[in-house]
Design a protein around this ligand. Structure first.
Ligand code: ADP
Length: 485
């Protein structure tokens, strides 16, 4: 049995998954979000640790016997600084969504920006860890002091929890998390000296980078009852990609959560494109699988916005019946640039927009336009991936908004390929559990893949002409939203 810690952005979850692939126990705790200024987001590292212990102990209590291993998957890029001598954070963690370093990133010279893309595969952005570390060092006196005393560690959430769970003895991360710091060379999988210098970060403040399926250490028996091997770490999107597609580059996965995360594996090749991120998928037994990823900032959160700010609906799933209540979109389009536009446009000045509305437009049209916009944004990224790799034959979906039947059918229609949703809803937790279970010989990779039965299969219904009519209007709408600043 594998116990997975799924350390998300708003909650920590723990799942026990047995060798037949069944989830036999689960526990979850939400934690507080701090917004000290507009567009700043922080977490309390101690609270995340305490709630991790709570969910871990709750699951261990529910299961019979000792699990074979612990696996960790986590929100990526979020950065925390702590003092190894005390095991205490020196500041709140700066969350991936936080925009406090946006100006610093835009002030980088064009040559530095090109260097970053070339070395790390990432598009320079405040989203990644490096500028968050630099901000912490420059703005928090106790962090500067700790650096002078050689008593400073920086890490992502996986590293922080691993450190705490190993009785403050292990300071490590895996390649998938390391590749999101903006400091790691994609080829060598090591920190790049030029980038460390650019952000004024010392290598000794950073964790050692290991295989994703390494034996990282053993858990503290005073917390888990006995010492349990900690045997896999993966960033959350990479974990979902491993579960959904593995090495199959004809499949693309999309996680429809707050944002949309579209990704496909590119095998042992680093594939570069100006508009998407090249990143490390996972490293297993020293073999690295790379991935192409498109991060779309606004996905399910546009539906939340309709519910909480516009009061158009009371519950997210009402959006499905409303959208289905009208025969078509009646030429109403929505561009969800509520936080600028991410992949593949990367324009932070773009602003959200409804277009095509008339006196006859109803709430149903607006909701339908919003749901359709999630599908068009997904197509924007899938088309780039298909053009570069090989035409995709399937989109594998997960995340909250993948429960919306209207959206999934429209997604299949507009992509022209089937959309498949598995019976396993906790895809992120399963990916890293699979990596750990295979490393521990609990099951083979084939057995792991057989855990995923297709529950819903959405077959495309539009012909090419119809796709072109809808999609060209969307592109026109995006063009107009990019002009607004
Ligand atoms: P995260 O992990 O990012 O918190 P989840 O995978 O839990 O996200 O999905 C939550 C998001 O999905 C919310 O933004 C919510 O508005 C959206 N959502 C949930 N159910 C539906 C639905 N039936 N239709 C459309 N959107 C939905």
């Amino acid at each position: 049995m594998i116990v997975t810690l799924d350390l998300g952005t708003t909650s920590v979850r723990c799942l026990a998954i047995n060798k037949s692939g069944n989830c036999i126990a689960v526990a979850q705790e939400e934690f507080k979000q701090y917004f000290p200024q507009a567009a700043w987001v922080e977490h309390d590292g101690m609270e995340i640790w305490e709630k991790t212990v709570t969910v871990l102990q709750a699951v261990l209590k529910k299961i019979n016997g000792t699990p074979n291993g612990i696996a960790i998957t986590n929100q990526r890029e979020t950065t925390i600084a702590w003092q190894p001598s005390t095991g205490k954070p020196l500041h709140h963690a700066i969350v991936w969504q936080c925009r406090r370093t946006a100006e610093r990133i835009s002030s980088l010279s064009q040559s530095d920006k090109s260097l970053i893309k070339k070395i790390t595969g990432l598009i320079p952005d405040a989203y990644f860890s490096a500028s968050k570390m630099e901000w912490l060092y420059n703005n928090v006196a106790t962090i500067k002091q700790a650096a002078q005393n050689n008593d400073l560690y920086f890490g992502t959430i996986d590293t922080w929890i691993l450190f705490k769970l190993s009785k403050s003895s292990v300071f490590k991360t895996d390649t998938s998390n390391a590749s999101r710091t903006l400091l790691v060379n994609l080829e060598s999988k090591d920190y790049d000296p030029n980038l460390l210098a650019l952000f004024n970060i010392k290598r000794e403040w950073l964790p050692a980078i290991e295989n994703s399926n390494a034996l990282f250490d053993y858990s503290d028996a005073s917390i888990t009852g006995s010492e349990i091997p900690i045997h896999a770490i993966l960033g959350d999107q990479q974990s979902a990609l491993y579960a959904q597609c593995g090495n199959d580059n004809k499949r693309i996965k999309n996680t429809y959560g707050t944002g949309l995360f579209v990704a496909s594996s590119t095998g042992n090749k680093i594939v570069e494109t100006p508009t998407l991120l090249s990143t490390i998928g996972w490293t297993l037994n020293n073999e690295t699988t790379y991935a192409l990823e498109g991060s779309i900032f606004v996905g399910g959160s546009a539906i939340q916005w309709c519910r909480d700010q516009l009061n158009l609906i009371n519950h997210a799933n009402e959006s499905e019946t409303l959208a289905q209540s009208i025969p078509d979109n009646d030429n109403v389009y929505f561009v969800p640039a509520l936080a600028g536009l991410g992949a593949p446009h990367w324009d932070s000045r773009a602003r959200g927009m409804f277009i095509g509305i008339t006196r006859g437009t109803t709430k149903a049209h607006m909701i339908r336009a919003i749901l359709e916009s999630l599908a068009y944004q997904t197509k924007d990224v899938c088309d780039v991936i298909s053009n570069i790799l090989t035409p995709a034959t399937q989109l594998s979906v997960d995340g909250g908004a993948s429960n919306n039947e209207f959206l999934m059918q429209f997604q299949a229609d507009i992509l022209g390929i089937p959309v498949k949703k598995s019976s396993i809803t906790e895809v992120t937790a399963y990916g890293v559990a699979g990596v750990a279970g295979i490393a521990l010989n609990l099951f083979s990779e084939n057995e792991f893949r057989s855990f995923f039965q297709i529950e819903h299969h959405y077959t495309p219904m539009f012909d090419k002409d119809k796709i072109d009519v809808y999609y060209s209007k969307w592109k026109e709408a995006v063009k107009r939203s990019l002009q607004w600043s």
